[in-house]
Write a protein that binds this ligand. Structure first.
Ligand SMILES: NC(=O)c1ccc[n+]([C@@H]2O[C@H](COP(=O)([O-])OP(=O)(O)OC[C@H]3O[C@@H](n4cnc5c(N)ncnc54)[C@H](OP(=O)(O)O)[C@@H]3O)[C@@H](O)[C@H]2O)c1
Length: 358
């Protein structure tokens, strides 16, 4: 039986779903794959919890009882003392700072599986150092959920790149929350701010919806895909259309934005008025590999097109290559959501385990 030992950082939407999926899949993975998933350490930003066989209650109840305030080094010391093999750190945080632990983790023998996009969107220098450390220490780094949540976007592009199939363009609706907002706004006679509030209430946007509207999250995803295809770009080089006017963005508080968000309404109404009868607005990311241009913007799309006919929180990625020149390969489906993202992380863990010794 092959065993991997998972140290989970982040027990929010994605991390908590992942724990439940690991617990539910455990027996069938043992039987079907000969793989045992062990979860000896679970941590959020302040509290860690070491699981052992004596604990019988749910992991939440056990964490209540056995959790303690911790420092990052306490975890490294603990796993080294326990002599765990096949150690995997799962980054289910959204933390900029947590990524500073990646190099120490790799040097301490951990493989990494990340839902967090930060490591892949820092400077090219860091991107290179991370990959050099992985190679030097013979460790693996899986991050399929960085783009498209549970959809197999990164793997598909990587397979093209490895097999020398030239990718010329990737274009699509990269954001589930912005997909919902524009799909709804273009179908219904409602104010933009009302649709925005509804998307927030349904949990589709970040707590501060300006994070979505700024286009930065989509820009990060574009950069990750570009780098996967060998493009050497920095985040600052991406052309991003910010949908929030300057006086409501930047220095102004979230409260101020919430009070004044109806000031967005006339701006988006103007865009809607300029649409043709068979057109809709879509928020797209475009990666042009021939020109080396990365673009995040609003566009008009034919209602009948692949992007124009999207519904709900769907994302859609159109991949143009030498062989898929006129008709792109399309990957479409829910591009956000904790359950599908956690499933993607679990799939990464299983793929990683295939590469490890028993
Ligand atoms: N939700 C999606 O649809 C989706 C899709 C694709 C990718 N992702 C990515 O998945 C990641 C997690 O998303 P989420 O929605 O689960 O976020 P979330 O609900 O905000 O949870 C974040 C978790 O990370 C913990 N955390 C923060 N800093 C930490 C640190 N330094 N060490 C250990 N734990 C730390 C937080 O702890 P506290 O509770 O103590 O603050 C919290 O438990 C994000 O990077 C997100 O971009 C999400």
């Amino acid at each position: 039986m092959k065993k991997i030992n998972i140290v989970l950082f982040g027990t929010g939407n994605v991390g908590s779903k992942l724990i439940n999926q690991v617990l539910q899949a455990r027996e069938s993975l043992k039987q079907k794959e000969g793989l045992e998933l062990n979860l000896p350490v679970i941590a959020n930003s302040t509290t860690a919890f070491f699981q052992n066989e004596n604990q019988q209650a749910s992991w939440e109840a056990d964490r209540e009882k056995f959790g303690f305030p911790y420092k990052f080094d306490d975890i490294l010391e603990y796993v080294q003392k326990q002599k765990y093999k096949n150690l995997v750190a799962v980054d289910a945080t959204a933390s900029e700072e947590f990524v500073d632990h990646y190099l120490p983790l790799i040097k301490a023998g951990f493989h990494i599986v990340a839902a967090n996009k930060v490591a892949n969107t820092r400077s090219s220098k860091f991107y290179g150092e991370l990959r050099a450390a992985l190679k030097e220490n013979n460790r693996f780094f899986f991050y399929e959920t960085n783009v498209g949540a549970g959809l197999p976007v990164i793997e598909t592009l990587r397979n093209f790149y490895r097999s020398n199939e030239r990718v010329t363009k990737v274009r699509g609706v990269f954001s589930g929350s912005l997909s919902y907002i524009f799909n709804t706004y273009c179908e219904q006679e409602r104010a933009f701010s009302e649709v925005l509030s509804e998307a927030a209430e349904k949990g589709f946007t970040e707590p501060d919806p300006r994070v979505d509207l700024s286009g930065k999250d989509v820009a990060r995803k574009l950069l990750i895909l570009g780098r996967e295809l060998g493009l050497e770009k920095e985040f600052e080089e991406i052309a991003v259309q910010d949908l929030v006017p300057p006086h409501l963005n930047g220095q102004s508080s979230l409260k101020n934005f919430q009070q004044k968000k109806n000031e967005l309404d006339p701006l988006f109404l103007e865009l809607k008025k300029n649409l043709g009868p068979d057109e809709v607005i879509r928020h797209v990311g475009e990666l042009d590999l021939q020109e080396g241009v990365l673009d995040v913007k609003l566009v008009k799309e034919k209602r009948s097109s692949a992007l124009g006919s999207l519904q709900n929180v769907d994302s859609s990625f159109e991949i143009f290559t030498e062989s898929y020149g006129e008709q792109p390969l399309v990957i479409k489906g829910a591009g956000a959501g904790a359950v599908v993202t956690a499933r993607g992380v679990l799939t990464d863990l299983i793929k990683l385990a295939e590469k490890l010794p028993s």
